[in-house]
Design a protein around this ligand. Structure first.
Ligand code: GLN
Length: 532
C-alpha cells in the first residue's frame, strides 16, 4: 500500500470500555486480510512509563522485547496480532514532555516560546507518524488513553484534529462509547453517546465510526438515532455487545462489518474477507472445553486481577490448547500460612507463584512453594516466584541458616538471591531494571529443554535480583538444578527439580510471549502436568 493509513481510537462516556480490545480486534481483522498492522497506545499520564506505577494503579506493567516498560494494552496487541511491539508502541505524556524539555534545554527551539501547541502536539504527531514512516506499516492504529473531555487527553485529541488535516483521506477516527440499559424503563439509552460525540466535536474532531458497547442487542431504531444525532452513516454505527471472552470480539467485529466499513471509507477493496480460520479454531477450543483445570495463582495483588493480566491470559491460552476450561483461584500470599495452606490449595492441580517486589507477602509465597514441593504438586515460579523457590530449597532442603533475598533482608547470613552486580550503583528507579529479551541456554536433557524443544531460547526480563552463583554447586548437588543460564553472564535463569512431577522456576516472564496462535510452551506444559 503506498500510504500508511492512520486510525485513531478514542473513548467516551466512561473508562474501561475496552478500547484496547477493539483496537486489537480491528488490527486482527486487517492483518488477516494480509495488511501489515501495528497498534500504538498514547497514555495521558505524566509518568514517563508505567514501570514505576504500583500495579494497584494501573494493572500489570507489560515488557516489550526491547525492554520498554509499557501499558498492559500492548499485551493485548501482541496476543491478538502475534507481532512484537516496542517502545515506539507506547507513548506517555511524561515521555513527550521529557523530550520537548530536553530539546528546549539544548536550545533546539532557537529562543521561541515553547508551548503545548505547536511543540507538544508536534512531538505527539511525530511519535504517531514514526511508526508508519520508519516501519512501513499499512495501518497504524493509535489508541488514545483516557476519556474524551479529560483535561489530560486534550493535547492528544488536538493532535488528532491536526493530523486529520494533514493526512486527509489517510486518517479515520473511531469513537467507542457506552449505551446503558435502564432496567426500570426497559430501554437502551443513547444520550451519553450523543453527549460524548458532542464533547469530541467541541475539540474539533468528528468521528467516522462509532462503536457502541452494550449489554443488549441494539435495535435498528437505536442505530438510526445514533447515526442521525452523531453525523455518521448507519453502517458506521457498530455494536459491541458483551461476550464471554475477549477473544470473541474480533469475530463479533467481523459480523458487524467494522473492517469492511473502515476499508470502504479508505477506498480499499473489501474482498476477500478476513480469514479468521486459526482464530476461530482457538475460540472453539476455548468455548467447547467442558472439563476444567484448577490452578491457583499466589500473589499479593490478587484484589486486582489486571495486575496479573499476561499470566492469566497465558493460562487461558494453555488451558484451551489442553482442551480444558481454566478455573483460576487467586490466592492472597499474605493470607496463607502453614496452618491454612492445605485448605487453601484443596482441589487445585497446579500452583503459580507470581512475580512481585518487596517483602510483603513473601513468606506466604515461600510457604506455597514448600507445599508444592512436599506434595508433588505442579509448581511454576515466575521471577520473584522462582526466587522464592530458591529460598525455600535453601532453607528446608539444604538446611542453610539465615536464608533470604537481599531484597527482603539486606544483611541475611545466606543471600541465595542477591542484587545483580550492575544494579549496585543504580539509584534511579525508572527504567533501570534488567529489562527486555535476553538469550538463555538450556541444559541438554533437562525438563525445560524437552518443553521448548531447543537448547537456546530468548525471554523477557524485569528484575534487579538474581540467583547468587556462590551457591551454584550446593544447589546442583542438593537436587535443585540450574538448567537455564545466560550465555554471556552465567546468570541462572531457570531452576528445576527433576524428581518432582513438575517444578520449574524462571527468572524471566514467559507470560509476555504467549499469544493466541503461539501459546507459551512452559504454560502449555504446566497445564498439561496439572491435568495428568
Ligand atoms: N523483586 C524481584 C527482583 O527485582 C523480582 C521481580 C519480579 O518478580 N518481576 O529481582
Amino acid at each position: 500500500m503506498p500510504d500508511t493509513k492512520y486510525i485513531f481510537v478514542t473513548g467516551g462516556v466512561t473508562s474501561s470500555l475496552g478500547k484496547g480490545i477493539i483496537s486489537a480486534s480491528l488490527g486482527k481483522l486487517l492483518q488477516s486480510r494480509g495488511y501489515k498492522v501495528t497498534i500504538q497506545k498514547l497514555d495521558p499520564y505524566i509518568n514517563v512509563d508505567p514501570g514505576t506505577l504500583n500495579p494497584y494503579e494501573h494493572g500489570e506493567c507489560y515488557v516489550t522485547v526491547d525492554g520498554a516498560e509499557t501499558d498492559l494494552d500492548l499485551g493485548h496487541y501482541e496476543r491478538f496480532l502475534n507481532v512484537p511491539t516496542t517502545q515506539a508502541n507506547n507513548v506517555t505524556t511524561g515521555r513527550i514532555y521529557q523530550t520537548v524539555i530536553n530539546k528546549e534545554r539544548k536550545g533546539d527551539y532557537l529562543g521561541k516560546t515553547v508551548q503545548i501547541i505547536p511543540h507538544i502536539t508536534d512531538e505527539i504527531k511525530r511519535n504517531i507518524k514514526l511508526l508508519g514512516s520508519k516501519h512501513k506499516f499499512d495501518f497504524v492504529i493509535t489508541e488514545i488513553g483516557g476519556t474524551v473531555g479529560d483535561i489530560e487527553s486534550l493535547p492528544y485529541i488536538e493532535s488528532v484534529r491536526q493530523l486529520r488535516w494533514e493526512l486527509g483521506k489517510n486518517c479515520q477516527v473511531i469513537h467507542l462509547t457506552y449505551v446503558p440499559y435502564l432496567a426500570a424503563s426497559g430501554e437502551l439509552k443513547t444520550k451519553p453517546t450523543q453527549h460524548s460525540v458532542k464533547a469530541l466535536l467541541e475539540e474539533g474532531v468528528q468521528p467516522d465510526i462509532l462503536v457502541l458497547r452494550t449489554e443488549r442487542e441494539l435495535t435498528p431504531d437505536i442505530r438510526r438515532k445514533v447515526a442521525l444525532f452523531c453525523n455518521v452513516d448507519i453502517q458506521s454505527v457498530i455494536q459491541s455487545i458483551d461476550v464471554k471472552t475477549i477473544y470473541e470480539v474480533p469475530l463479533k467485529m467481523q459480523e458487524e462489518g467494522l473492517d469492511v466499513t473502515v476499508l470502504r471509507k479508505f477506498g480499499l477493496p473489501i474482498e476477500p474477507k478476513a480469514d479468521l480460520t486459526e482464530w476461530t479454531a482457538f475460540v472453539d477450543m476455548l468455548k467447547n472445553a467442558t472439563e476444567t483445570v484448577n490452578i491457583g495463582l499466589v500473589g499479593k495483588y490478587v484484589e486486582l486481577a489486571d495486575a496479573y493480566k499476561s499470566i492469566i491470559e497465558a493460562l487461558i491460552h494453555a488451558s484451551a490448547y489442553n482442551r480444558r476450561k481454566l478455573s483460576l483461584k487467586l490466592i492472597h500470599s499474605e493470607k496463607i500460612d502453614e496452618h491454612n495452606i492445605s485448605k487453601e490449595f484443596e482441589g487445585l492441580s497446579g500452583i503459580i507463584v507470581a512475580p512481585g517486589f518487596g517483602h510483603r507477602g513473601i513468606e506466604g509465597k515461600i510457604q506455597a512453594v514448600k507445599y508444592c514441593r512436599e506434595n508433588n504438586l505442579p509448581f511454576f515460579g515466575i521471577c520473584l516466584g522462582m526466587q522464592c523457590a530458591v529460598i525455600e530449597y535453601a532453607r528446608n532442603v539444604l538446611h542453610l541458616q539465615g536464608v533470604n533475598s537481599t531484597e527482603m533482608e539486606y544483611n541475611c547470613a545466606n543471600p541465595v538471591i542477591d542484587l545483580m552486580e550492575e544494579q549496585k550503583t543504580i539509584s534511579q528507579m525508572g527504567g533501570t531494571m534488567r529489562l527486555g529479551a535476553y538469550d538463555c541456554s538450556l541444559k541438554t536433557g533437562s525438563n525445560v529443554e524437552a518443553i521448548y524443544g531447543s537448547t537456546s531460547i530468548s525471554e523477557r526480563h524485569r528484575h534487579r535480583y538474581e540467583f547468587n552463583n556462590k551457591y551454584l554447586s550446593l544447589f546442583e548437588e542438593g537436587g535443585m538444578k540450574p538448567v537455564g543460564t545466560n550465555p554471556d553472564t552465567n546468570l541462572v535463569e531457570i531452576v528445576e527439580i527433576p524428581e518432582h512431577r513438575w517444578f520449574v522456576g524462571v527468572q524471566f516472564h514467559p507470560e509476555y510471549r504467549s499469544t493466541v496462535v503461539n501459546p507459551h510452551p512452559l504454560f502449555v506444559a504446566f497445564v498439561k502436568a496439572a491435568i495428568s
